[in-house]
Design a protein around this ligand. Structure first.
Ligand code: KG4
Ligand code: ZN
Length: 367
């Protein structure tokens, strides 16, 4: 259990305040270095963000058109200490006022993960604080529990819920009946949704990361200009984006061969709408089938405006999508997931290794 009990700073006044205030008090430092953001955050009781510092490496990788793993890990080494200091400073807490350290253990780039893991281990060793290794996809799910401050508490999500995790490396549809419990319904059979955005952006000559570039180009385009295929994969909760990718590639080659200039905005808008239709359609079907009380959309691709607008327009279920800065990688979500593991008793040893290919279906509740 957390070492200190702390009185809630504000008297409970709403059901949300009461629900959150009834949880054990614990302040966690979160550390995230799974890909190309170096991030640290301080979060109270799994809900309240006291600080959320993120140093993005996007500019460094843009010239390679994707994340260059060795550059990423070296940059994490250069940035991590300053980011942790910044997170503590912004939260107005010292390490002595933190109850545990949560760190991303995987999935992600091995060389990047070890930077965060080693710093977290060093801090845990020096302070005696509990170390909690967190799955990055679980962390994305817990971004939906975060509130911007103790004055603006958002009500915690209700179980059972269906969560769509859409990031650069993953597309997973899961059913959660309770905290830390994931029933995988399906996932991508080939590219992740974010990966498809990134690859199509590269094909169209748009900058990295592809998601925001496609979104921007699509704003000027007609989503009905090209009728790209939607892989519904009837009878399964899986996704596939390879057929769509090939269809866009074929269309681009055909136009290039005929000497036509590419209608980039129309291609981007039509591609985006094919991705969004399937993500939204299958998520809402799953919510219906499993009688979900609500739907979460999390991960980098959940920042997509068309995705947000489409699901909000079509859903008969409450839909929760984190604010934009919590969709992409950050450490507040790592600290939030770590909190729910801490209060269920998880303590990791200082010799845990990173797990670059850690599946959400392999994640266990603490014993
Ligand atoms: O969750 P995230 O920050 O990192 C991973 O865990 O992978 O997700 C990054 C992915 C990238 O593929 C990026 O292109 C995509 O999220 N992304 C978007 C948008 N913003 C970021 N995709 C579509 N629309 C966006 N606005
Ligand atoms: Zn992520």
């Amino acid at each position: 259990m957390p070492r200190r009990k702390r009185q809630p700073q504000h008297l409970p006044s709403t059901p949300t305040d009461e629900a959150v205030a009834s949880l054990p008090a614990a302040r966690l430092l979160g550390i995230e270095t799974s890909c190309d953001e170096t991030a640290a955050a301080v979060v109270e009781n799994g809900h309240v963000i006291l600080s959320n510092a993120v140093a993005t490496q996007i500019d460094l990788h843009a010239k390679y058109g994707g994340v260059f793993p060795e550059v990423a890990s070296r940059q994490h080494i250069l940035t991590i200490h300053a980011i942790i200091e910044e997170a503590l400073k912004q939260a107005h807490v010292s390490l002595q006022e933190v109850d545990a350290i949560a760190v991303t253990r995987g999935p992600g780039l091995a060389g990047s993960l070890v930077v965060g893991m080693n710093v977290a281990k060093g801090l845990a060793l020096a302070t005696g604080l509990p170390l909690i290794g967190v799955n990055h996809l679980e962390a994305h799910v817990y971004s939906a529990w975060l509130s911007p401050s103790s004055e603006m508490l958002t009500p915690p999500p209700n179980f059972p819920l269906v969560a769509l995790i859409v990031s650069g490396g993953h597309t997973e549809l899961v059913l959660m009946n309770e905290h830390l419990n994931y029933q995988r319904l399906g996932g991508t059979l080939d590219d992740a949704a974010g990966e498809a955005f990134d690859k199509i952006a590269r094909l169209l000559g748009l900058s990295y990361p592809g998601g925001p570039s496609i979104q921007k180009a699509a704003e000027e385009g007609n989503p009905h200009a090209f009728n790209f295929p939607r892989a519904w994969l009837e009878g399964s909760w899986d996704f596939s984006f390879s057929g769509l990718k090939t269809a866009v590639l074929r269309e681009v080659r055909r136009m290039e061969e005929s000497g036509r200039s590419l209608p980039i905005s129309d291609l981007a808008a039509s591609f985006q709408s094919a991705v969004v239709d399937v993500l939204v359609g299958k998520t809402l079907m799953a919510a219906q089938a499993f009688r979900a009380k609500e739907v979460l959309i999390v991960g980098g691709v959940s920042a997509n405006k068309a995705l947000r607008q489409t699901i909000e327009a079509q859903s008969t279920f409450p839909v929760r999508i984190p604010p934009l800065h919590l969709c992409t990688d950050n450490a507040a979500m790592t600290a939030a997931a770590g909190y729910f593991r801490l209060i269920q008793g998880q303590r990791d040893s200082l010799d845990i290794d990173v797990l670059p290919n850690w599946l959400l279906s392999e994640v266990m509740p603490p014993l």
